[in-house]
Design a binder for this molecule. Structure first.
Ligand code: ZN
Length: 664
C-alpha cells in the first residue's frame, strides 16, 4: 500500500513468499528451506496457525528492544520469518492444481494480511525505529523506507482514523483477492466448430476437449487466445474470443473496482492527501501525479501520429482482404492483431508461428539461462527430483560459476493447466541477505504452448527471467530490500531491458550451445523479424499509455466510476470503445498492487532503453554484465534507483534513447 516497504504483499509480479517446514524427501536439496508440500487444506491451516503464532512471538520479542544498534537487523529478521512462513502460501494460491488448497492458502493469505497491517501500525516498533541511527547509506535507506511504511500505514494517526486505516487496508486486500479469484476461477471455455477456427494452427486446438455437439473448447489462456486473435480468418470467431477476454471478471468485478477506488480515496484523505495518486507517488521516482501525467502526455505526443497511420494501414489491409471499399471499412478491436500479423507477413514476410520449431519451451528456458550464465558469471542446474507443487514444476539451483557456491533457487512452471494463474509472472517469495547468508528463492510462472515459442513469447520469457534474475542475484544486506523489493516505477526496467535481446543473432546462437540438435533460426527469418519489430509500436504504446492514464484517472480526487471513465477514455481513441464491453473488470493490476502505478511500465521503459545503451556494443559482454549484476541487480532496493543508474551508466539517466526508439 505504501511506497515504503511494508510487510504488505502485492500480487502479480513479485510476491514475498518463502517456505514452511514440512518433511520432504528429495536429493540433492536446493539451498534454503524446502518448499512446503500440502496434501490437504488441514495441513495449510495448521501451517498457517503455526506460522502466525511464531511471527507474533517474534514481534513480541522485538518490542522489548528499544531501538538503536542492531535494531534494523532484528527488524529484518521479522521480514525473513514472515517470508519463510507466508511466502509459499501467497504463491500457492495462484498455482496449486487443487482448488481446495488454493482456497485454503487464500484464507491463510488474508490472515497474513491482517498480521501485516497490524504490524505496520505497531507504535512500539515505530518508536524504536525512530530511536535508531543509521550507520551508513544502506542503513539510512532501510530506515527511511521502514519509517515511511509505518507512517503510510497510519501509525501516527489518532486512534479513530488509525483504526479506520487498518479496516480500509484489510477490506481492499479482501476485495482485490476476490477480484483475482473471479478471473482465475471463471474457467471460461468457448465452443467453436472446426470451420470457425479456419486459419488457426491445428496444433492449438486439434487435441482439445469438445462439447456434446462436437465443438472444440478453447480457454482464454494465451496459448489459445493469441493464435485465435492473430490467425482466425473469421471475424466472428475473433470477436467472440475478444469479447470474452475483454469481459473477464464480469460485472461483479466492476463493482469491486469502484469500491476499491472509493476506499483508496478515503484512505488518502485520512493522511490529508488530495488523492490516492498524490498519497502514493510521493514515494516513487515520479514524485507526483502531475509528473507522471506529464510523462504520459509526452509519450502520447510521440506515438499519436504513428498510431493513426498504423490504424489506417490496417484498414487498407482489411479492405483489400475482404474486397470492401476503403471508405466503408472499419477496424474493430478484434481486427488489430489479425491484420497487424497480415501486414507483417505481407510486408516483412514474418510469421510469428514460423519461430515455433526453433524454440521448444524447455530449450528456450535453457537458452535464456545461458544468456545470464555467459554475462553474469553464474550457473543454472536442474534438480530433477524436486517438483514442489506440480509434477511439471522444475527446481533450478543458481551457483557462482567460479567456486560453485549455491546462491539461489528458482522454480519454473511452464505450461497452462486448469485453475493456474493464466498470465506470466514471477513471485520473488524469499529475499536473500548477505548479512545472514540467506539465499533467495523465486518462482517463474508462464503458460507456453508445448509445441514451441513464437519470438514474442521468447520475449515474454526473457522479460520474466529479468525479474527472476533480479531475485536470484540479489546481494543486499537486508532481506527486506532484496532484488525486486525496489520502487515500482523502476522494477520493470531490468526485465524490459532484456526483451530486445531476442533480436540479436549472437544471443539466439546460444541455442546451439544448449541444444546442439536444435536447428538454427534462419538468417532471413530473423532479419525480417528485426525489420518488423517496430511495426505496431504506435498502437501498442498508445494502448499502454491509455491503461496508465486510466489508472491515474481512477485515483484522482474524484475517484470516478471505473466503467464510465474507461468508456470515455477508450472512446476518445482512434479505435473507440465497444459498447457493452467491460475491460476494467479484468484489469487486476489496478485492483491490486499496481494501483496508481501502472504508468511505471512506461516509466521504466525509459530506464530500460537507457540501460541498453551500456550493452550497445555487445549484449553478451561479461564485463558489462558483471558490473550490471553487481550495481543494478545486486543492490536491489538498498540504494535509490537514480543512484544505481548513475553508478552503472557513469552519468545521470535520461530519456534520449527511449524517445529516439519511438521516432517513426
Ligand atoms: Zn514484469
Amino acid at each position: 500500500m505504501s511506497g515504503g516497504r511494508s510487510f504488505g504483499i502485492v500480487a502479480l509480479l513479485c510476491l514475498l513468499a518463502g517456505a514452511v517446514q514440512a518433511g520432504l524427501k528429495s536429493s540433492p536439496v536446493p539451498p534454503g528451506p524446502v518448499f512446503p508440500v500440502f496434501t490437504g487444506p488441514a495441513q495449510v491451516h495448521a501451517a498457517c496457525d503455526e506460522g502466525i503464532e511464531a511471527a507474533n512471538a517474534a514481534v513480541k520479542d522485538l518490542e522489548k528492544r528499544p531501538g538503536g544498534k542492531g535494531w534494523l537487523r532484528a527488524y529484518d529478521d521479522i521480514n525473513a520469518l514472515f517470508e519463510d512462513k507466508a511466502g509459499a502460501i501467497y504463491l500457492l494460491s495462484h498455482v496449486h492444481p487443487e482448488k481446495a488448497i488454493r482456497d485454503a492458502t487464500e484464507a491463510c493469505e488474508r490472515r497474513w494480511q491482517d498480521f501485516s497491517t497490524t504490524l505496520a501500525q505497531n507504535e512500539t516498533l515505530y518508536r524504536a525505529a525512530k530511536a535508531t541511527t543509521p550507520a551508513d547509506a544502506i542503513d539510512r535507506q532501510f530506515l527511511k523506507t521502514t519509517l515511511e511504511a509505518f507512517e503510510d500505514a497510519g501509525v501516527s494517526l489518532p486512534a479513530v482514523p488509525r483504526a479506520r486505516a487498518k479496516a480500509i487496508l484489510d477490506r481492499i486486500n479482501e476485495l482485490s483477492q476476490t477480484f483475482d479469484k473471479n478471473i482465475r476461477d471463471a474457467a471460461t471455455l468457448l465452443p467453436f466448430a472446426d470451420a470457425e477456427l479456419a486459419g488457426v494452427p491445428e496444433a492449438v486446438w486439434k487435441n482439445n476437449k469438445r462439447d456434446g455437439q462436437g465443438r472444440v473448447l478453447l480457454g482464454l489462456d494465451s496459448p489459445s487466445y493469441t493464435p485465435v486473435m492473430q490467425d482466425a480468418t473469421s471475424a466472428a470467431t475473433r470477436e467472440r474470443m475478444w469479447r470474452a477476454k475483454t469481459d473477464e471478471g464480469g460485472a461483479p468485478n466492476l463493482k469491486l473496482l469502484a469500491e476499491i477506488g472509493q476506499l483508496r480515496l478515503e484512505y488518502a484523505r485520512l493522511f490529508g492527501a488530495r488523492s490516492y495518486a498524490d498519497f502514493l507517488l510521493k514515494r516513487r521516482m515520479a514524485g507526483t501525479p502531475e509528473a507522471a501525467d506529464r510523462f504520459l502526455s509526452d509519450v502520447h505526443a510521440a506515438v499519436q501520429a504513428r498510431e493513426k497511420s498504423e490504424v489506417e494501414e490496417l484498414r487498407a489491409a482489411k479492405a483489400q482482404h475482404l474486397g470492401t471499399p476503403l471508405a466503408a471499412t472499419r477496424i474493430e478491436r478484434w481486427d488489430v492483431s489479425f491484420y497487424t500479423e497480415r501486414v507483417k507477413r505481407a510486408r516483412y514476410s514474418v510469421d510469428q508461428n514460423a519461430f515455433k520449431p526453433y524454440f521448444p519451451p524447455q530449450q528456450s528456458l535453457a537458452l535464456v539461462m545461458r544468456i545470464i550464465e555467459k554475462t553474469m558469471g553464474v550457473r543454472y542446474e536442474l534438480m530433477p527430483e524436486n517438483k514442489p507443487w506440480h509434477r511439471e514444476v522444475q527446481t533450478w539451483v543458481v551457483s557462482e560459476a567460479a567456486g560453485g557456491k549455491p546462491i539461489a533457487t528458482l522454480y519454473v512452471d511452464l505450461y497452462p493447466r486448469e485453475g493456474k494463474y493464466n498470465h506470466a509472472a514471477v513471485w520473488s517469495f524469499r529475499g536473500g541477505s548477505i548479512a545472514t547468508g540467506r539465499v533467495p528463492q523465486a518462482a517463474l510462472v508462464v503458460n507456453f504452448d508445448r509445441a514451441g515459442l513464437t519470438l514474442d513469447e521468447l520475449e515474454t520469457l526473457l522479460h520474466e527471467f529479468g525479474h527472476a534474475v533480479h531475485s536470484n542475484l540479489s546481494a543486499t544486506r537486508y532481506s527486506s530490500q532484496a532484488g525486486t523489493s525496489t520502487l515500482r516505477d523502476f522494477v520493470e526496467a531490468p526485465s524490459q531491458m532484456l526483451e530486445e535481446w531476442v533480436y540479436s543473432r549472437a544471443v539466439l546462437d546460444l541455442m546451439q550451445e544448449v541444444c546442439p540438435g536444435c536447428k538454427r533460426v534462419p538468417d532471413e527469418l530473423l532479419a525480417q523479424a528485426v525489420k518488423a519489430r517496430h511495426y505496431g509500436k504506435g498502437i501498442r504504446y498508445a494502448r499502454q499509455n491509455l491503461y496508465a492514464a486510466f489508472d491515474l484517472g481512477l485515483h484522482t480526487a474524484e475517484a470516478p466510476e471505473p466503467m464510465a471513465l474507461w468508456a470515455r477514455m477508450e472512446g476518445a481513441t482512434p479505435l473507440g470503445h465497444v459498447p457493452g464491453t467491460m475491460f476494467p473488470a479484468g484489469f487486476s493490476h489496478v485492483a491490486g498492487g499496481y494501483a496508481a502505478s501502472y504508468y511505471g511500465y512506461l516509466w521504466s521503459e525509459v530506464i530500460a532503453a537507457d540501460l541498453r545503451t551500456a550493452f550497445a556494443k555487445d549484449k553478451l559482454s561479461p564485463t558489462v554484465g558483471k558490473r550490471y549484476r553487481q550495481i543494478v541487480l545486486g543492490n536491489g532496493g538498498q540504494l535509490p534507483p537514480d543512484v544505481l543508474l548513475r553508478q552503472f551508466l557513469g552519468r545521470e539517466t535520461n530519456a534520449k534513447a527511449f524517445f529516439a526508439e519511438l521516432k517513426p
